[in-house]
Design a binder for this molecule. Structure first.
Ligand code: SAM
Length: 246
C-alpha cells in the first residue's frame, strides 16, 4: 500500500539515521526534499538510488499535486528536510494534511531532531515542554511573544540563529527575568557540540560578543511556582495585555 513516509534525517552527524529510515528511503518511488544537494549528500553516502524531487516553501503548491499523483499510481513518497524531522520548523505540514485528506497513510519514521536532543541534554525539566520554533525577528514582536511564553508552566524550546543569539538572550533577561534557568545547546551531534547552562543573565553575558559558530537551540526552565506573581511575571503579563490593546 502506498504511503507518505515522514523520514527524519541527521542534524549534523551523518550516522544519526535509523535502519528503518534507510530502508524506507530505498523503497520509496521518490524522495521529496528541501534541497536536492543537501539530501544528495546523504543518499550518496548510503548508496541510495531513489530519485529526488524538490519540495520547499516556494514550490510546495506546485509539487503537492505531483506527490498525490505518485501515491495514486501506487508509489510511496518519502518526505525529508535538510536536517532532522520534517514539519519541525520545516516544510511538510500542508502536505501531510492533504495526504490524510486524500485518504492515504502517513507514516512517521522517527529519528534526530534538535528539539529533543537539546531538551534531554539541557538539564532542565523534561516532563512538560513547549516548542515555540523560531521567534519573530523584529524586537517588538519578539518581546510580545516572549512575554506570552514566559508565563507558560513548561520548559520552553526555541530555535535561534547564532547571529541573533546575543540580542535575543538580552531581551529574554528583560522580559523573563535575570535569574531564570536556561541552557544554550550548540552544534548538537557535531564535533564541537556544547551546552552552556546557567541563568539567563549569565548566558546573555557569555554570548554578548561575536556570534558563535554553528546552530543553536535555546531552552528555558518553567517559571518558578510562587503563590504571588513576582515582578518579572507582572512585567510579562503587562506586555501581553498591552499587545492586545488597540
Ligand atoms: N527540522 C529540524 C529539527 O528537527 O530539528 C529543524 C529545522 S530548522 C529550519 C533549523 C534550526 O534547528 C536551526 O536554526 C537550529 O536552531 C536547530 N538545529 C538544527 N540542527 C541543529 C544542531 N545540530 N544543533 C543545534 N541546533 C540545531
Amino acid at each position: 500500500e502506498p504511503a507518505l513516509y515522514i523520514v527524519s534525517t541527521p542534524i549534523g552527524n551523518l550516522r544519526d539515521i535509523t535502519v528503518r529510515a534507510l530502508e524506507t528511503l530505498a523503497a520509496s518511488a521518490v524522495i521529496a526534499c528541501e534541497d536536492t544537494r543537501v539530501t544528495g549528500t546523504l543518499t550518496h553516502r548510503y548508496g541510495l538510488k531513489t530519485p529526488l524531487m524538490p519540495y520547499h516553501e516556494h514550490n510546495s503548491d506546485r509539487q503537492r499535486p505531483k506527490i498525490l499523483e505518485t501515491l495514486e499510481g501506487g508509489g510511496s513518497v518519502a518526505l525529508v528536510s535538510d536536517a532532522g524531522t520534517p514539519l519541525i520548523s520545516d516544510p511538510g505540514y500542508r502536505l501531510v494534511r492533504d495526504v490524510v485528506e486524500a485518504g492515504y497513510n502517513v507514516i512517521p519514521i522517527p529519528g534526530a531532531s534538535a528539539l529533543l536532543a537539546g531538551l534531554v541534554g539541557s538539564g532542565l525539566p523534561s516532563d512538560t515542554l513547549l516548542f515555540a520554533g523560531f521567534l519573530p525577528t523584529k524586537s517588538g514582536q519578539k518581546k510580545t511573544r516572549l512575554a506570552e511564553l514566559s508565563v507558560i508552566p513548561a520548559t520552553l524550546v526555541l530555535y535561534e540563529s547564532p547571529r541573533r543569539l546575543g540580542a535575543t538572550l538580552a531581551i529574554m533577561v528583560e522580559v523573563m527575568g535575570a535569574d531564570r534557568e536556561a541552557s544554550v545547546a550548540r552544534e548538537l551531534t557535531k564535533r564541537f557540540e556544547t551546552f552552556e547552562r546557567g541563568t539567563l543573565s549569565s548566558l546573555a553575558q557569555t554570548f554578548s560578543g561575536d556570534a558563535p559558530k554553528g546552530e543553536i537551540v535555546i531552552l528555558i526552565a518553567p517559571p518558578e511556582e510562587k503563590p504571588e506573581a513576582d515582578e518579572a511575571d507582572a512585567d510579562a503579563l503587562l506586555i501581553v495585555a498591552m499587545a492586545d490593546m488597540p
